[in-house]
Write a protein that binds this ligand. Sequence first.
Ligand code: AMP
Length: 282
Amino acid sequence: MLLFKKINDLQNHLDRQRADGKTIGFAPTMGALHAGHISLVDKCNAENDLSVVSIFVNPTQFNEASDLDKYPRTEESDILKLTQAKCAVLFMPDINEVYPKSTENTETFDFGGLVKVMEGAQRPGHFEGVVQVVKRLLEIVRPTRLYMGQKDYQQFAIIQEMLRQMQSKIQIVRCPIVREPDGLAMSSRNVRLPADHRKRAVLLSQILEKAEKQAKQKTPAEIETEALKRMENEPDFRPEYFKIVDARTLQPVADFTGENGVAACVACWVGEVRLIDNKVFD
Ligand code: AMP
């Protein structure tokens, strides 16, 4: 694996690869890598000549300074995991490479209702930061395909819409959620859960499973109320939302008849750690 910290060096290498007609699959990450991230690398390798992963903890997408400070950083083991996964190129820029002038964001897209709900409502400025960094990384890497996880369901929808508005030729590929054996969605934040909370955090995926089963008998509103109550009754759990939404527009649904299908999305604090998960209903 080649490791680049400077844009110039990375681009010189990737320009040569492109000149040889090679396709490039790109997976942006914030490090603290787990098997979910590695599944993106595997897909990049399977569908492209070359895989590029970036590790950059983007300060502009953190709406709370303490969350940024506590974000796990595990550079050495990340490099080892990516090498084992046969990642071809790792890009690990520092902040001045990514934002040479300032971190101020002048780009504006109109994402309509997509950014107004769920994570967008709970974390002011978060998606502006995500859009800013992904757009910048795409300008730097210029991949054939972009690989992002369903784990961040709303993020995927917003970046897909960004590419559409930019009339970009980059194909975005949605990768399924990789889970721990008990069902908990893998997340870099899981390492911050104490053992008891870690054990009980599986409740989130169980609630999503149950919600899908209930869809035959109950309304979305009834399922949401029951799910919120279940989390509120669990010690140390503080739900922020449990929403059943149109799988494409992410707006609330009154029933299950819409042609886009539905997804259930949850955000919940478990002790000091904020977890998100989702399920697209069959
Ligand atoms: P992050 O480092 O958390 O910004 O995540 C980088 C990418 O990995 C994003 O596209 C995430 O959606 C994806 N990702 C994170 N967790 C998982 C998971 N459990 N399964 C699949 N993809 C994931």
